[in-house]
Design a protein around this ligand. Sequence first.
Ligand SMILES: N[C@@H](CCOP(=O)(O)O)C(=O)O
Length: 465
Amino acid sequence: MNFISTRGNAAGIGFVDTFLMGLAEDGGLMIPAELPVIDQDKMKQWERLSYQELTLEIFQLFTGDEIPREELKQLIDESYATFRSPVVTPLRKIRDDLHILELFHGPTFAFKDVALQFLGNLYSYVSQRQNKIINILGATSGDTGAAAIEGVRGKDGIRICILHPHEKVSKVQELQMTTVGNENVLNLAVKGNFDDCQRIIKELFADLEFKSRYHLRAINSINFVRILAQTVYYFYAYLQLVRQNPAAQISFSVPTGNFGNILSAFLAKRMGLPVHRLILATNENNILERFVREGVYMPDEFRSTHSPSMDIQVASNFERYLYYLVGEDSQQVSAMMKQFQEDGKVVLSAGLLAKVQSDFQAYGVKNDECLRMIESYSREADYLLDPHTACGVAAYESCGDKNTVTVVLATAHPAKFDESIRLVGIAQEFPADIQRLFDKPQHQQLVDNDKAEIAAQLERFFGTR
Ligand SMILES: N[C@@H](CCOP(=O)(O)O)C(=O)O
């Protein structure tokens, strides 16, 4: 397996180098030169595998012999030993037509743990094997930051700096990131929004001299390994459901901000997973919904919503999808991304729009609708949705196929978003691991929305060795 850039100027790169590279050196995103295709016989053999065993099978298709199977197995086993559920990502049946895939049983109560527990261990493994310094730089709208920090805090040879938008994450998200006392962690609270944080780190990654001077590594979904780790739960959920009902047609409704989670589903489908429909659920920051509806990708005014992790306008992984949309033509991707940089938008032809609409259905959930969904599912189904999952359910209710089975991805535990849950008059009890955060001191530095100021902070933090 080798990897290339969506913009065509990096090719023949192995798995470990792709992992370390993060953003491709030509500004594009790394993807496999060719996706493996899994046939139905193989899928049948996978039906009874545990989550860990399935992860091993899928990863081996991409790592080849770069990581010996036994070592890969150990990394995977260690990563999922931290989960509170023995099956890692349990499915809850709400009705015959609706299941919830609970992805929040990891240490920070969000789906990001599924990939980031593994990435933390993989960074450690590579650092030891290659005697490499690992300095991680990431941006978060709330969940990635906590999970990334949890994946590497206290680990030798690794330091991590996370940028989050000041006062635009939930209280629990802020506490999860900022109450970590380990010296290898730096939290910068940026006076801006998530798009500002993401833009700044991408500019720093694109400055190749700065990137190599400070050995910068990526933890966000610009890193292909994040996407790969997230494909596993689509296979796992699908295989569990078809074991019970071999004739079932299965769709997924995916709360989407940075387009990483739903891109993993899209790639799983391209690898042969027989997904019926992919529903893209957004909040009032509905750039992706407008893209699917109108074929125009153009940021709009930023809005703070009840689902802050999805308060994103410019979605990182959009470029990876574009690559497949235009028939794996990197020149066309480069031209479209140039158009986006110059005109602030990408406009599709009618033919491409039809293709997008056959890949996805999309729905943007209004703030009040999100709360209504939380209230009605709590009352009628006795299930407490977090606001992001509520967007996934609302999207299913609005455009799903009720004669088939839809799996809504539960991307976070409701306790992470108590501010929103309280608005519908529900008082929840916090899990002990969340409750204890309120008694801890916080460590973070407030910085301006300014690349030079942030670069100076990084020089101080990463430059001391
Ligand atoms: N919603 C994310 C934003 C960053 O996305 P990523 O998938 O690229 O890490 C968050 O919670 O931080």
